[in-house]
Design a protein around this ligand. Structure first.
Ligand SMILES: [Zn+2]
Length: 315
């Protein structure tokens, strides 16, 4: 087995890890600020430099896997640009890196690769049909169907946070209306709570939302735990939205397991029972629920790196 270098390209940091035996854990890890505002060329140069610093002396048998924010085309190896990577329009990242190191390179959408990692090494191990949903600043995920990662014609499939759950709902970060991300992401939860406060609803959150500090989903969760009615309602509505969405996903993909990850899952004890009850109530036939389970992600902060490694291991 050859050595694998895994790259997790984010809007804030470029993380690189070396996996000598194509499985976790990594032996070496590094983290470099992305400085995304400096543009494509500067960021690509930093990626090459970061890989170079961790690469083994002999590069002949090396393989490289890269996770980047979507949308991107994994088959053509091109990154179309994401809100946190300004200036990235159709960048041939795979070929740029492959030309520099003279070794095989694969790229994938970061949330898709996290799904791949949880499937091979985490909470979805042993399943053939799995859905991964990460709920944090945004909502993303990936679908494992019949034992492989679902990509779609242009590699754009499984954008599970940008599906309409409320047709007249709030505007999403992508510009469309009523997507799950606009309702149940961390910023979505905080914004809905702030609007209810602004509309004059009573809440202990009013003392915190004094105009100086931005309301967060974490604060809404804390208030909900203490029995605040407004906060409890907002959290409950987010859980119901995710649960309805989950029923849709069960109908589309008929998975054995759905894995939930992301920062908002720190509120998992508040969200998950309601998510599961809603999904179970919304499915069209009990057969969807036979052997079905909901699980929490197991791989933590390195999930993207492990996913990029997994992708490269298939080269
Ligand atoms: Zn959207």
């Amino acid at each position: 087995v050859s050595e694998i270098l895994a790259v997790d390209l984010g809007g804030t940091n470029i993380r690189v890890a070396r996996f000598p035996s194509a499985q976790p854990p990594a032996t070496n890890l590094s983290k470099t600020p992305t400085h995304a505002a400096e543009g494509t060329e500067a960021v690509v140069a930093r990626i090459l430099q970061a890989i170079d610093a961790l690469a083994p002396p002999s590069r002949s048998g090396m393989r490289i896997g890269i996770g980047a924010p979507g949308p991107l085309d994994p088959r053509r190896g091109r990154v179309f640009g994401a809100p946190n990577l300004p200036g990235w329009t159709d960048v041939p990242l795979r070929d740029l890196v492959a030309a520099h190191f003279g070794c095989p390179v694969a790229i994938g959408n970061d949330a898709n690769l996290a799904a791949l990692a949880e499937w091979r090494f985490g909470a979805g191990r042993g399943s053939s049909d799995m859905i991964y949903l990460t709920i944090s600043t945004g909502i993303g995920g990936g679908v494992i169907s019949d034992g492989r990662l679902l990509l779609g014609t242009h590699g754009l499939a499984a954008e599970v946070g940008h599906m309409t759950i409320q047709m007249d709902g709030p505007v999403c970060s992508c510009g469309q209306r009523g997507h799950l991300e606009a309702i149940a992401s961390g910023p979505g939860i905080a914004r809905i709570a702030a609007q209810r406060l602004a509309a004059g609803e009573a809440s202990t959150l009013r003392d915190q939302a004094d105009g100086k500090r931005e309301l967060t989903a974490e604060a809404v969760g804390r208030a909900a735990r203490q029995g605040d009615p407004l906060a409890s309602r907002v959290i409950d509505e987010a859980a119901v939205a995710i649960g309805c969405h989950l029923a849709n996903l069960l109908h589309a993909y008929n998975p054995q397991v759905v894995v939930f990850g992301g920062g908002v899952m720190q509120l998992g004890d508040l969200l998950l029972p309601r998510i599961e009850a809603t999904a179970r109530a919304q499915v069209m036939h009990p057969a969807y629920l036979e052997g079905f389970r909901i699980a929490r992600a197991e791989l933590g902060d390195d999930v993207g790196l492990i996913g990029a490694m997994t992708l490269a291991s298939e080269l």
